[in-house]
Design a binder for this molecule. Structure first.
Ligand code: GLY
Ligand code: MN
Ligand code: MN
Length: 490
């Protein structure tokens, strides 16, 4: 019996131009020729010739046309990204780069979209992907990430039908990129193999211009994206209902239980959570990025839950509700809650086509400053003086919102003049999320305020004549919250 030993490579270095690394699991280092021959045959042809295009294929084509028009005569390269090692041969769940998803609708690791300029103008689009594992040479079962271990991939033909795009073998891409001449722009930060292949052909300045343009393209959502964001909000609302129903049990355990309850909904209805869930009970609600979620949940406390389902198309909701764990707000909790709600209403009212992006933030901050002054927390200062000096920010802390889409903080590379200094347009989707946070150790506020944090966050679509609250299914008024909780827990 002949033994053959397989060479080993790092498990995660597979991308454009890389040979598939070999599985490091010692069990399979030595394989007899007989077994290799046995495994190479006897497999059915499972090609699916009748696949229909994904629903967003027309939209991704239009987006590529817009990108093509902006960068004529240049090769444009947008990688999905590669698997990230957790330890040894274990990897994190893959999440492709948002711009790649936006332009292709594909979610495969190692994918690379290339727009090749045509002489007659425009570009030829090709997605480079890992093809199906080769059975004849054993790659499908002997290599790390072989299909026998990780699951069947689509063939290049199947992907062509699904995506409405030409598809090529990504393992040959690096060589092609290295040989190419002419100007190139690359979306950096996702695929080290592609970056190495293009090292001498790109400049940081031009690539940044490319990244910024992509980010700005994504500001106005099309019908497909709006439908998906709507679904993300609906699924997130169901996740919040799950949490309220489980609060009896969560109280006995922890914020972790709440995080897990929401996560179940996110995984069942969507792809994942769109960001780390903030399940912050009691004083933890005053920590804006509370993600440890390891605290107790007690009657009498408020629970600030900031969570979003990411859909299977990778659009995310971003919703916050602040709920009384007992089901009833105390008078002080309600007073603070009502002030935040009032600010949110003022913010939402300022969202509409043609309004300045900054208007909703300013409106919400003003409303909060009015209450802070009224409560005597700012001495004799007028609201105008407080706003001029920004003193309310000790307790309002963060900006009142951000754009939302494939990323929770969407379009973050857009230029200031195209985002925070720009106007709102129909199709933009943003959060409006004012809050008040009184730190447990803040000696400038009465003792009873300390440790209370309230945020209310909704996802607002700018429409032709105003706005639509995509997360309106979740109650916001304090009495509605109490009635809703009572109903769900009955
Ligand atoms: N949860 C992140 C945010 O609200 O921006
Ligand atoms: Mn949020
Ligand atoms: Mn947010």
């Amino acid at each position: 019996m002949t033994e053959r030993t397989l060479a080993t490579q790092e498990p995660d270095d597979r991308g454009a131009g890389q040979e598939p690394p070999q599985r490091k699991n010692g069990l399979y280092h030595e394989v007899s020729e007989e077994l290799a021959a046995n495994m190479s045959q006897g497999w059915a042809d499972t090609e699916r010739p009748d696949l229909r295009p994904i629903p967003q294929a027309g939209h991704t084509a239009r987006r590529r046309t817009e990108l093509s028009a902006r960068f004529p005569g240049e090769r444009l390269v947008v990688p999905a990204g590669t698997l990230k090692t957790r330890a040894n041969d274990m990897v994190y769940r893959f999440r492709p780069s948002s711009d790649y998803v936006y332009l292709t609708g594909d979610q495969s690791e190692n994918g690379v979209l290339v727009l090749e300029p045509r002489e007659e103008g425009g570009h030829e689009a090709t997605v480079f992907l890992l093809p199906r594992s080769d059975r004849a040479d054993g790659e499908f079962w002997l290599s790390d990430r072989g299909e026998l271990w990780d699951g069947r991939r689509n063939s290049l033909g199947e992907n062509r039908r699904l995506l409405g795009l030409a598809c090529g073998d990504v393992r040959a891409l690096a060589g092609t990129l290295e040989e190419g001449t002419g100007p190139v722009r690359l979306l950096r930060g996702h695929d080290a193999g592609v970056e190495e292949a293009l090292r001498d052909k790109v400049t940081a300045e031009r690539d940044e211009e490319f990244r910024v343009f992509l980010s700005e393209m994504r500001r106005v959502k099309d019908d497909f994206e709006i439908a998906d964001l709507r679904f993300a909000c609906e699924a997130t609302a169901r996740g919040f209902e799950d949490v309220v129903r489980s609060l009896g049990r969560a109280r006995a355990t922890s914020e972790r239980y709440i995080e897990g309850t929401f996560f179940l909904r996110a995984r069942v209805e969507g792809n994942d959570v769109g960001y780390n869930t903030i399940a912050a009970a009691g004083p933890h609600a005053t920590t804006i990025h509370w993600m440890r979620n390891d605290g107790a949940v007690r009657d009498g406390d408020l629970l600030l839950l900031d969570a979003g389902v990411e859909t299977r198309n990778l659009y995310t909701a971003d919703i916050t509700r602040t709920l009384p764990v007992s089901g009833r707000f105390s008078p002080l909790q309600r007073r603070i809650y009502d002030a935040v709600l009032e600010a949110q209403e003022a913010g939402i009212a300022a969202v509409g086509p043609g309004a300045a992006y900054r208007d909703f933030h300013d409106a919400a901050q003003r409303a909060l400053a009015v209450r802070l002054v009224e409560w005597g927390l700012l001495g004799d200062l007028t609201v105008e003086k407080v706003l001029e000096l920004g003193l309310q920010r000790r307790w309002t802390m963060h900006g009142t919102g951000h754009m939302l889409g494939l990323d929770v903080h969407d379009c973050a590379a857009a230029r200031t003049e195209a985002y925070v200094d720009g106007p709102l347009e129909p199709g933009m989707c943003l959060t409006v999320e004012p809050g008040l946070y009184f730190q447990p150790d803040d000696l400038t506020v009465p003792e009873e305020y300390r440790g209370i944090g309230v945020r209310i966050e909704d996802d607002i679509l700018v429409t032709e004549d105003g706005n639509e609250n995509l997360s309106a299914a979740l109650p916001r008024r304090a009495d509605e919250i109490e009635a809703w909780m009572a109903r769900l827990r009955a």
